[in-house]
Design a protein around this ligand. Sequence first.
Ligand code: FAD
Ligand code: AMP
Length: 490
Amino acid sequence: MFDLIIIGAGPGGYEAAFEAARLGLRTALVEKGDLGGTCLNRGCIPTKTLIHSAEVYEEIRDAGRFGIVTGTPSMDMKAVQAHRKSTVDTLQKGIAARLKAAKVAVSSGKGTIVDAEKKLVRVTGNMGDGAGTAGDDAEAAGNNAGTVGDSADMPGTVLLEAPDILLATGSVPAIPPIPGSDLPGVMTSDEFLFYDGEPLKSLLIIGGGVIGVEFAGIWQAFGTKVTILEALPSLIANMDRELGQSLKLSLQKKGVAVHTGAKVSALTQAEEGICCTFEEKDGERHCTAQAVLIATGRRPYTEGLFAEDCTPGMERGRVLVDEHYETSIPGIYAIGDVNGQFLLAHAATAQGLRAVRHIAGLPDDPKPDWIPSCIYTSPEIASVGLTAAEAKEKGIAAKSHKILSSANGKSVLTLQERGFIKVVYEEQTHRILGAQLFCARATDMVSEFAAAIREEQTMEEMAAVVRPHPSFCEMITEAARVSPPGTLSR
Ligand code: FAD
Ligand code: AMP
């Protein structure tokens, strides 16, 4: 008997397990694939290793700008993948060791809730089905999570019992019904991340959301002719409009062909590669590329998770939860991608910690979580809190203050592309409501804004912090400076 069973060992599940163990709960963690989930094996970490390789490649290629004479660099995709793999292995070993030290009982296999009232979970050992996780890293097949014993009624399974269950089963790529999407050479990120062949001559990316534009940045840097087709009128459409516009211009300047308002209708095999048919304002068009990446979003993953009569309330595939992340079945919680709220690793972790604290009977943190959204393009993009448009929709009288990176010493000396920081604040009180960043180190600097919003700081309080010179962070001071010097209003 455990106090808590967690299903899924991604950043939602394994961080929740650490927290539960820290709070003294006897915790079981069930994982059917590899520890670390999408984030470590097929998401955040592998993409960022490729992005780092792309950045180093560009630095070397363009080193002449800083007075360094080098030869022409070339890409070795096998070595790039070896770096990706050793990074993932190192981090995975770290998670396994920490789970062991925390005495979390890790069960390897697929978890199914077989009795929602008694909170019974059947764990079926890995028998190679890999259902739903096309990307379960084939080379790492098997797992490092522990073993499954036999239960009396069903050999190869074990039954776990606890008063509470936390679902953290994540998401998988959503593939729209485009004819030809099963052709060889058409991939989702689950497969494309592991590509170790010769650098591609051309790549077509369907979907200009976060995943699509990050891959566009990587492959454009590697020297591939990249085309993005996005159905909506702008890239990264769920973020501030100016971020999408700036990103489009920046990608175009680097040679990426960006078609917005372009809906893909079919993929066919052609002699020179895969031919994509898409509809644009002016009619049907075609584009051919050596490979196609489908990056049209992700869907919550619950396949095989609920036995009959054990399914909580769901809406369009996502598990519905209340403010404590509890589902419609008391004692069953759902955090991270499976509840469809954010699809971000740090959001999954934050939700897991809140749910575990609730399960442990601790009081809730009264302050809401402010979840930063980051895109690791060049320049980086980050956003937290409200945009000016969102503040207006909510009826808040707000203003925004935008500064350009072109006056920032560190940005100029490192020859960064021109970027900006925009801060949204309440007109009357100067309380900070949100920030949008398009500049070097945006994904680090956004944390300062997240902290300021959480602490309900004013622009003046944020500007009063002394930041080092020269640094990218000086832009934060500049962006927050809207009042005369010496003012510190509350
Ligand atoms: P997951 O990480 O998906 O983990 C769920 C786990 O549950 C999996 O290991 C799965 O095998 C297991 N599981 C599922 N069903 C069962 C079952 N029945 N029994 C046992 N185990 C089960 N987010 C960011 O914040 N920053 C980024 O830079 C970023 N980059 C990304 C890049 C890509 C290419 C992708 C695809 C995603 C990226 N994300 C990023 C999103 C991030 O990976 C997810 O939001 C995050 O992994 C969600 O965490 P989770 O714990 O909810 O689920
Ligand atoms: P995200 O949800 O951030 O991962 O982004 C996925 C993107 O793919 C969204 O911006 C969608 O508009 C886009 N998309 C979905 N289906 C298609 C399609 N058939 N053609 C082009 N873009 C698409």
